[in-house]
Design a binder for this molecule. Sequence first.
Ligand SMILES: Nc1ncnc2c1ncn2[C@@H]1O[C@H](COP(=O)(O)OP(=O)(O)OP(=O)(O)O)[C@@H](O)[C@H]1O
Ligand SMILES: [Mg+2]
Length: 273
Amino acid sequence: MGGGEKAALNVNRVSIAFRQRKNQLPVLKNISLTVERGEFVSLLGPSGSGKSTLFHLIGGLLTPNQGNIYMDGEDVTGTRGRISYMPQQPALFPWRTTLDNVLLGQENAPGSVKGTRREAREEARRRLDEVGLGKFADAYPYTLSGGMQQRAAFLRAMLSPQELMLLDEPFSALDELTRADMQQWLLQMWERNRRSVLFITHSIEEALLLSDRIYVLSARPASVLQVMDVPFARPRQEDITADQNFVELKHELSRRMREEKAKITAAWEGDTV
Ligand SMILES: Nc1ncnc2c1ncn2[C@@H]1O[C@H](COP(=O)(O)OP(=O)(O)OP(=O)(O)O)[C@@H](O)[C@H]1O
Ligand SMILES: [Mg+2]
């Protein structure tokens, strides 16, 4: 753990297998990774490799067969309520207004929220304004576009009192332009607030644009294939994607991912003969 500081998250040699009728399905094999405080770290890996399973372990919904999970140096293996989480779908409650959805993370962790309920509501209104949803604070989610719902869900995770945010493919359901807008928006919000983030994506470019470090996972059972430090200065602009260094790192990661995908395809073909 870098420089003796206590990392926001330290996953230490974690393995898990699921029981399937007679067999075991190994899903994660000896995974270790670190998110320092205020760092943005991404996980890239093929579909079905075990990325969401890793989030379920970090969130304490599952307990590993081997290994431990530490937050701020404390062993939290199997403990819930320590992270804020943004699932792949925005998952806003349709019967609550945008404002009441955004406040949900704080209601679920009442002991650790500072200030009064009224102050929390005022703060949430200010934040909604900042993300262009001020006029929609009292509207219901069905009147919001997909991108607006994503912003509300992100704000909910960000206003939750837990320091570590886990974001599971938050932009995968969006069209390309909305996605590019959301990436810029997230980058700005994060650079202003500097939370500790672990982010799952399938997009190499998205990972390079947003992250301080990228972990590339293998096909199932997932292990860490590569750890890449992303060297670009912050604040970052979208135009770094045209930088020669960016293009080279993108190629390097693409090659890795393609090799891994080829292994999966070969295994499938093996299954059918
Ligand atoms: N609770 C569970 N019980 C049994 N098997 C499970 C369970 N959760 C996940 N799996 C299996 O573990 C494997 C990894 O699933 P997981 O959802 O973690 O993959 P992923 O990397 O997030 O994939 P994707 O990129 O498609 O979201 C899959 O084969 C899945 O069927
Ligand atoms: Mg997943």
